[in-house]
Design a protein around this ligand. Sequence first.
Ligand SMILES: [Mg+2]
Length: 386
Amino acid sequence: MAGSPKITRIETFLAPPRWLFVRVETDDGVVGWGEPVVEGRAEPVRAAVAVLAEHLLGQDPARIEDHWQVMTKGGFYRGGPVLSSAVAGLDQALWDIKGKRCGLPVHQLLGGPVRDRVRAYAWVGGDEPAEIRDALAAQIEAGFTAVKMNGCGRMSPLATRAEVRACLRRAETAREVLGDERDFALDFHGRLSPSNARRLLPLLAEYAPLFAEEPVLPEQVEALPGLVGASGVPLALGERLYTRREFLAPLQAGVAVVQPDVSHAGGISELRRIAALAETYGAHLAPHCPLGPVALAASLQVAFTTPNFLIQEQSLGIHYHRGAELLDYVVDSAPFRFDRGALLRTDRPGLGVEVDEAAVRAADAAGGHTWRNPVWRYEDGAFAEW
Ligand SMILES: [Mg+2]
């Protein structure tokens, strides 16, 4: 189309602790940023972005939906975390460009704000009750009204009484320290077998966690109706689901909270659709986001305009990260300044974040990272879920 801008350059940058940034430039000098990454698989996502760039170069950046369709479906084979994360980061960058070109924040382009504050939770690391107690107190001191922590460590296929008690003690400690006005969520990382989950969830109910996340692996969809019925604890999942189609069965099973990641599940475009699908089931959106500033900014744009939004994950102080963190790659940290545990809406255009390009380029030039998650094993040597 004559007169419309063209995408002229697409670059990616690996940056510690475990992230990948994409920079998309147009022929009239507008730059958009995204985070196309799935933790521990940054290099294959980078390669996928390079292949998708073949389609985008020379194209009009404004045609976000058409690009999404082609990038997601145009290669015949589709789906999975690597491709959908590559699409996700590019989708974020295209929304950033559109917002900057219009002089509007992305949430205005998505229908306008429905809220001015986005409640977020902080991660609490540590495994022993004493460590948890100190970490919880620190997050209360920092103003957070909700935290999340791991629900358990490595768990035997059929849990011992000691393993069950250790999990309950964590929940009991959290409730004691937080009182009844604040929330804690438990992330099980799919470490519970369906049998363990059926045993544990009813026992956790008295501590009223905000939700229990990934009690079982996401592919064990057939276990979900039984687990929803096993206790009053709301179930959450979705960081390892990538399309609205994959969320349908969990929603039909009655999960309370969906947790798509804006950098894994097809970007802002697909996150919006997953949220709308969840809304029809009376379920709530709590986007997964242990990632960097662009992913968080993109997630916030959706949160500001999504009626059934519940709470936002964010990575400040997360125990997985060593050597770099959220604020290391932004020029101005103001959009990520917490106000009583919430992030505030701004009218900054695009995603509302200014990436420190020099810092991102320097991180990549220094070798980026090779982050991999730990591999856990049982005492007999067999693989265990991390
Ligand atoms: Mg999780």
